[in-house]
Design a protein around this ligand. Sequence first.
Ligand SMILES: [Zn+2]
Length: 122
Amino acid sequence: MTVPTNIKELQNKSRDLMARRVDNQTYVVASTTSPTAHHVVTIQFDKDGRKFKARCTCAWAEHNGIACSHVLAALEYMASLKQRTLSFWTDENAAKRQRHRMFHLVGGNPDDNIWITSRRSA
Ligand SMILES: [Zn+2]
């Protein structure tokens, strides 16, 4: 299992992380554990613009974990530039029930999936 067990808690944690855009696919995100470190996150969308892969330099990602707090922070930062707010789901049906725009984060393992719904920020 390389999907976070408590994605909502992780999202809360990610909200405190400063993220900065480097280029179209690359973000630098503050470390949660060290005030003097940061991580590099890359986001790569498929042609359809709905499915994507993410990479991070942190230990969780190195052990094939997806959706670390840094990736979440980078995605939230991307969304904030478009005045959008994200929610993260490990259950596809729960995500579908939101009836919002939906994205799919895929990991290296077929069981590793996170769904992201996007709505206009209040
Ligand atoms: Zn990370």
